[in-house]
Design a protein around this ligand. Structure first.
Ligand code: SF4
Length: 406
């Protein structure tokens, strides 16, 4: 627990790990996944070979956040407990929390309570992506009990961005400007008088920034394009003189590295390599869990898959990037739950680059197949196990008959 303005903020749980262990196992454990792991991440059933990536599913930050949420409910059974927003980007987990009686200040849906209506008796859990500085200030002023489940890897990015703001470097963040984590991160920059930020989503957007750095042309067009993706009053002539690069922890790491290199070259072209230290800073802030899952996906897709299934919430950034990697090698389907596998003919999935799911027909070829399966960092094993069970089922195999359990 730490103190800030006399208000306690719990950052280490409540020492109730043992008491919530059984509930967590019941909600998220999968014996099927444990069995596949024990067989070297490979399951052979009839003409189906299912490969499971070496790293998949819950990361350390998500495990900690879910654990804290369950512990919080145990610690404060009589109090109202709210989450700032979805704890993590997984519908199963958020639904479970709601069923446990935990409400939401923001989404899913309209939210169950506004910050204005909180009282000092209420308990608020800050989601794994963290929260924006002004929201944190408002929560502290309300005097409610705060449980901070922000992942340590996100806090590391904040420290980097704060340093940029303190030193008068504009933070250029590779991320989704609408994502909770990126909103929280950029709010760290603007705490400082000279703190500025600009969010770039991909390489074409980074190229626009590089072009401006090199030529200084079309300021109006630049500001129009980045409207809403930069700090208030952003002036590229002033705010691109000194830049520091960071990234949302769950981006595609190869893209992040390339964007950092593009900006570095642009700054070197503009100011000369000798002066680069005064104008450019960079720090790779992809978290190790994201990196491990992307590396494992890459290793798996190189094994000649017929197709890949990637499981995770449709708003989960890291899950989407795993699908992006797989889609470069084979047909890849990002589903959120087993129910997305509608039949052996139809699948509801979110294609790379789309925001909404679609239904694809004739997705599963007949005959012998090797299918790669992985899941984003916010997907529980139970959800992955259910999807594999469903896959077997549509090909006519039952777990029990194969000597497997759920
Ligand atoms: S994906 Fe990385 S930053 Fe996000 S919660 Fe997991 S470990 Fe933390």
């Amino acid at each position: 627990m730490s103190e800030s303005n006399e208000i306690p903020i719990f950052r280490r749980g409540f020492g109730l790990k043992e008491q919530v262990r059984e509930d967590l196992a019941q909600d998220y454990r999968s014996r099927l996944i444990e069995e596949i792991r024990s067989r070297g991440n490979r399951l052979q059933v009839g003409d189906l070979t299912i490969l499971l990536a070496k790293e998949f599913g819950f990361c350390y930050g998500v495990e900690r956040a879910v654990d804290y949420a369950y512990e919080t409910k145990k610690q404060f059974p009589q109090r109202r407990v709210f989450l700032t927003t979805e704890l993590i980007h997984n519908p199963r987990v958020n639904n479970n929390l709601r069923e446990m009686g935990i409400g939401f200040l923001n989404g899913p849906g309209e939210g169950d309570c506004s910050i204005d209506d909180l009282t000092p008796q209420d308990v608020v859990i800050i989601a794994a992506f963290g929260t924006q500085v002004p929201e944190m200030d408002r929560l502290q002023k309300k005097g409610c009990v705060l449980v901070d489940a922000t992942c340590g890897s996100v806090v590391l990015v904040w420290k980097r961005v704060e340093q940029y703001g303190r030193d008068g470097f504009t933070a250029i963040v590779h991320g989704n400007y609408k994502h909770e984590e990126t909103r929280a991160t950029v709010s760290r920059a603007t705490q400082f008088p000279q703190g500025r930020y600009l969010v770039v989503w991909d390489k074409p957007e980074a190229q626009r920034v590089c072009d401006y750095i090199r030529t200084g042309k079309d300021k109006a067009g630049f500001l129009k394009y980045f409207d809403g993706k930069c700090s208030e009053g952003f002036d590229p002539d002033r705010d691109l003189l000194r830049v520091g690069v960071a990234n949302q922890t769950t981006m595609l790491s190869s893209d992040s590295l390339e964007i950092g290199a593009m900006l570095k070259r642009a700054m070197a072209d503009r100011y000369g390599a000798a002066a680069l230290g005064e104008h450019f800073r960079s720090f790779d802030t992809i978290c190790s869990a994201t990196q491990d899952r992307q590396d494992a996906m890459l290793e798996m897709v190189k094994q000649k898959l017929d197709l890949a299934i990637i499981i995770g919430g449709f708003n989960s950034s890291n899950t989407g990037h795993l699908c992006e990697i797989a889609s470069q090698y084979c047909p890849a389907y990002h589903i959120d739950e087993a129910s997305g596998i509608l039949s052996d003919c139809r699948i509801r999935h979110k294609p790379v680059g789309r925001t909404e799911p679609i239904v694809t027909e004739d997705w599963l070829p007949a005959g012998k197949l090797t299918i790669g399966v992985t899941a984003g960092a916010s997907t529980p094993n139970r959800v992955i196990g259910d999807a594999i069970e469903r896959l077997l089922e549509i090909r006519g195999y039952a777990l029990a008959e194969e000597g497997l359990v759920r």
